[in-house]
Design a protein around this ligand. Structure first.
Ligand SMILES: CC(C)(COP(=O)(O)OP(=O)(O)OC[C@H]1O[C@@H](n2cnc3c(N)ncnc32)[C@H](O)[C@@H]1OP(=O)(O)O)[C@@H](O)C(=O)NCCC(=O)NCCS
Length: 343
């Protein structure tokens, strides 16, 4: 059985949506695979290089797909960002053994460095065989913002009520500490060149993805719900960080996600102040709980001081065949990578 691998075309979107919801065993109207969301992920804004590859069989049916999230890493000692990519919505039909691996090899041609964040057991085992190496995990942290709403939403069953009560007890056991650094959260309509300065400064301390204003603005155009953009400002008015926040319905509660947060220093006190501001803003936007990613020690410590608790780790693996990235600095990844921003 021969398959043809080619870039996704706009006419493929309805068939791709059906292929993904069937293969990932989700409802037909699952948001991650809705036609408008797929168009936003893969076709907008239009670029010469494809962000999605489909494998097509002899009769023209989709039998495999891989989405590419192109990015670039900046870090200590790097003179220019190193292009990198993460694969998402990666699926092969069971009837076409190894079509997923073929798509992976084609995807790898698009950037010299590739990485995986989270993913399924099948995906992790195939990328391990493809040369990805395990790195320290990214950790997902949560904080309850509205204890009573959370408790009420726990539901009627004794198990749900017990879970809600446990979460509440945890929150009360570890209240957030007040900030010791003064920062302001400044809402902005879109990102400008300040984002590049924040990335340049942050990359002196950690390997971070080189956020461009265009990439950050594309996140603000998610078709299903709004995301808000901010700059953090120090008392002298200087932009010292950036954030994207979003609220996502989760059953009877609303999750507030720190979709992105980057500061120009590696000081846990400043990150702590920024996380308190982000949490308060998420609460104002209607969130009952807040979620944020961490990995470098100062981000983990700041989350702890801001009242967050570690919920679970996400496997992080890296394929850097030419050793282009520094290995002596921690990597900082946020939900803008992979497909975690709005999922
Ligand atoms: C990850 C994936 C794309 C790799 O594709 P591939 O290289 O063509 O996979 P292979 O045909 O070599 O099979 C690798 C394993 O995945 C399993 N697999 C293949 N297609 C699958 C599918 N559509 N659903 C579930 N499992 C699948 C195979 O049974 C095999 O498991 P085994 O080693 O225990 O027999 C493919 O496994 C897949 O589609 N998995 C389901 C979706 C998924 O997990 N995506 C990755 C998200 S990170």
């Amino acid at each position: 059985m021969t398959v043809d691998i080619r870039p996704l075309a706009v006419d493929d979107l309805p068939a791709l949506s059906r292929f993904l919801t069937a293969g990932f065993h989700t409802p037909d109207d699952a948001e991650f695979a809705a036609v408008d969301v797929l168009r936003w992920k893969y076709l907008e804004p239009a670029r010469p290089e494809p962000r999605s590859l489909v494998a097509i069989d002899e009769v023209g049916a989709i039998v495999g797909h891989v989405g590419l999230v192109p990015t670039a890493f900046a870090g200590p000692g790097l003179s220019a960002p190193v292009p990198a990519l993460h694969m998402i919505d990666w699926l092969g039909s069971r009837e076409h053994r190894s079509v997923g691996a073929s798509l992976m090899r084609r995807a790898h041609e698009a950037a010299p460095v590739q990485f995986g964040l989270g993913g399924s057991d099948a995906g992790r085992s195939v990328i391990r065989r493809g040369g990805y190496e395990p790195m320290p995990p990214v950790t997902v942290h949560g904080r309850i913002l509205s204890p009573l709403r959370w408790l009420r939403a726990g539901g009627a069953s004794p198990r749900q009520a017990a879970r809600a009560a446990r979460d509440l007890a945890r929150r009360l056991a570890r209240p957030p500490r007040p900030a010791t650094v003064r920062l302001e959260l400044d809402p902005i309509p879109s990102f400008g060149p300040e984002a590049l300065d924040v990335v340049a400064a942050a990359s002196r301390h950690a390997v971070v993805t080189a956020r461009t204003p265009e990439r950050l603005d594309a996140l603000l155009r998610y078709p299903r719900r709004p995301a808000s953009a901010y700059l953090f400002r120090s008392p002298d008015g200087r932009a010292c960080g950036l954030a994207i926040l979003a609220t996502l319905p989760r059953g009877r509660t609303t999750l507030g996600r720190v979709v992105d947060l980057l500061l120009d220093d590696a000081d846990a006190e400043t990150w702590h102040a920024a996380l308190l501001l982000a949490s308060a803003e998420l609460k104002r936007l209607g969130a009952d709980s807040a979620q944020a990613f961490a990995s470098p020690p100062w981000t983990t410590e700041a989350l702890r001081r801001a009242g967050f608790q570690m919920r679970h780790p996400l496997d992080f693996s890296l394929r850097d065949r030419r050793a282009l990235l520094p290995r002596d600095a921690p990597t900082y990844l946020t939900p803008i990578e992979a497909d975690y921003a709005f999922g």
